[in-house]
Design a protein around this ligand. Structure first.
Ligand code: SME
Length: 140
């Protein structure tokens, strides 16, 4: 990663690398807990602009991960009741929480236009990415 860049620059670079190099990652972004409010706020992302800059805890896949503290792999978004659609081209989604000192402080969110593309390898890889993001957050 480049030196002398801001945290948001580094997070955006991670999004860019993931979207460019992994064919089934079509929208890659970060959501973070918004201060002491019970909501997530959109951070750096790559892909189509989204209207969902703020997501209340519990709402959609992202909001559910904010309270469950667990990975959420959605093979078919059409089969989810509690789902916030950002684009009609999205078929699947994966959300992995980011922990700092054991606290769930945000997440990486990835949408795919491929049906059922995410495997346990994606989960393990993205958990690793999130652990590196956690280090960046603590160093900033
Ligand atoms: N689909 C997400 C909302 C965020 S967009 O994918 C960028 C959800 O259901 O939480």
């Amino acid at each position: 990663l480049q030196q002398n860049t801001t945290l948001d620059d580094k997070l955006l670079e991670i999004c860019t690398l993931l979207e460019a190099n992994i064919s089934h990652y079509d929208w890659v972004g970060f959501y973070f807990k918004n201060g002491d409010k019970n909501e997530l706020k959109l951070g750096p992302y790559v892909g189509e602009p989204t209207d969902h800059e703020i997501i209340p805890f519990g709402k959609g896949i992202c909001g559910q991960v904010a309270v469950s503290n667990e990975n959420f792999v959605v093979p078919d978004v059409a089969a989810q009741d509690n789902y916030i659609a950002c684009s009609i081209t999205v078929k699947a989604e994966i959300v992995i929480p980011i922990f700092v000192n054991g606290e769930n402080i945000g997440q990486i969110d990835i949408d795919s236009s491929t049906a059922d593309p995410f495997t346990e390898a994606d989960e393990r890889f993205l958990e690793f990415v999130c652990s590196k993001v956690s280090e960046l957050l603590q160093a900033s």
